[in-house]
Write a new protein. Sequence first.
Length: 208
Amino acid sequence: MGRFDSFYAAPYALLEKAIKKHIKNKWIILDMGCGDGVIEELISKHHQGCVIHCVDFSAEELAKLKEYPETEIVKHHSDIHEFLKTNQIKFNAIVVNTVLHEINTPSDQSNYMRTFYDLCHQNMLEGGKLIIGDHYFPPEVPDDLVKEFRKFQLASIGHADLREKFVNPEIILTQVRGFRFMHQKEIVSGKGIDRRYYVFVLEREKSQ
Ligand SMILES: C[S@@+](CC[C@H](N)C(=O)[O-])C[C@H]1O[C@@H](n2cnc3c(N)ncnc32)[C@H](O)[C@@H]1O
């Protein structure tokens, strides 16, 4: 094991607990930036009869999605924002895992999160659950160490996002509107650096 190894199993285990507890059978769910389908596998493991709308702008990733007897998978080859602006379905749940940092605007995280919450609110039923998972580096972690970690990550997985792209947990909470806070859990997800992974569960409130 190298100095900075990342532990991907632990974040998915934390997300799985939230999916098990907060998603229900027969729900209509949006998976924003579904990637190769880990979330579809986790939902199918714990719930029956869900319909999952999987949105990703990568056709290559969408092609990797598997089929599950318990679940209906509907693929959407689209940018997340374009999808949310035109979609007519009201979801029971939206899952957005390790994607916020890819769609975030580094120059103005708070403004970005307000737009994100408004779009999620428009696309959900009252009482629906918004499940957000992502990584971040706490402010105490020196920039030089993050730069060193990014080099390691680039060499091991082929990409490494800028520190400023990650949405810190206080921004998730301070910018929230239209949702009620329900649950937050966090773990250290790397070795050699304090890189963290959080899961938030928020409940959609009534429209004003
Ligand atoms: C790090 S992967 C996460 C995959 C999955 N959510 C998971 O937890 O395993 C991020 C995914 O988001 C997709 N993505 C990033 N920005 C996007 C956007 N603006 N619109 C649609 N998909 C996007 C990428 O193509 C990629 O498949």
